[in-house]
Design a protein around this ligand. Structure first.
Ligand code: FES
Ligand code: FES
Length: 150
């Protein structure tokens, strides 16, 4: 049986075979997408969040389930000129302390519309901030600027 795994990842078509039982995070990192964060490794923290066909998904997702999908790993932090709007909002609000949660928070938050932003405690429940920096994350998602631009 051909178990090669084809998916579109950051606009590239990837064709590779995951190991039996391999999770999507390990599979993507093995392909060089190091923006996929390795956090708790247990499905608890959400730091590893990627998008599968536009929906947030975490590390324990079996790699084979993403076959044929459009998967988008986090790019992590960015040069200001190429930030996505959500990344820029996190920078403007200084919505991170240690940064452990930031990539996953940004990936999850990038799927929110204005209505979802009013329900953050529920919709961000899969993303844990161990520094408890939720106030500034809420600021970021409501357009509050806590940092002065230079
Ligand atoms: Fe995936 Fe924590 S590393 S949920
Ligand atoms: Fe440290 Fe969120 S900023 S875990």
């Amino acid at each position: 049986m051909d178990r090669r795994h084809e998916l579109y990842c950051q606009r590239e078509e990837i064709s590779a075979e995951p190991f039996p039982g391999q999770c999507l995070r390990t599979f993507l990192r093995g392909l060089g997408f190091f923006g996929v964060k390795k956090g708790c490794d247990q499905g608890d923290c959400g730091a590893c969040t990627v998008h599968i066909d536009g929906k947030p998904s975490i590390c324990l997702t079996p790699a084979f389930r993403a076959a044929g999908t459009r998967s988008l790993p986090s790019r992590g932090w960015c040069a200001t000129a190429s930030c996505t709007p959500v990344q820029q909002a996190f920078l403007d609000a200084q919505a991170f302390q240690c940064g452990f949660c930031a990539a996953g928070m940004i990936m999850t938050a990038a799927t929110f519309d204005a209505q979802a932003r009013e329900d953050l405690p529920r919709l961000l429940k899969g993303n844990l901030c161990r520094c408890t920096g939720y106030h500034s994350i809420d600021d970021a998602l409501h357009g509050v600027v806590n940092a002065r631009r230079t």
